[in-house]
Design a protein around this ligand. Sequence first.
Ligand code: 5GP
Ligand code: ZN
Length: 142
Amino acid sequence: MKDCIFCKIVRNEIPSYTVYEDDIVKAFLDISQGTPGHTLVIPKKHIANIFDYDEELASEVFARIPKIARAVKASNPDIKGMNILNNNGQVAYQSVFHSHFHLIPRYTNNDDFKMIFKDNSKKYSPNQLKAIQESIEKHIGD
Ligand code: 5GP
Ligand code: ZN
């Protein structure tokens, strides 16, 4: 993709602080550094989001994430944990439409990363949950 910013990073047309690359993925520091060490893992092949992966590419990309995550964690003894985040679609805060996984090191409960989702469990009856389950289940393998 000619104008995709992450494809340009893959082609080294835009500089990046690359921490790992091979024939399948490139991992580089996110410019925003939400917390120190914030790293993006991207497939070198341009695909927009999670909905576009086939099983082969998913296997290849996901297989590489733990070793990159371990390296990020090992880079700083103050890193106590990590959030791995993947935004899909503008509504889900995706801003670069070349699929990527955020590795966000966590230092304390009070560092610069926050994630909020409500507990709506009391709003759902078993029947409602069953209906949701069935509507998802019937599309597996589409
Ligand atoms: P999204 O919001 O799509 O999940 O994440 C896109 C991420 O890409 C953002 O965290 C943003 O900081 C990062 N980003 C955008 N442009 C560049 C760039 O040119 N270089 C690097 N290293 N990161 C970028
Ligand atoms: Zn791209």
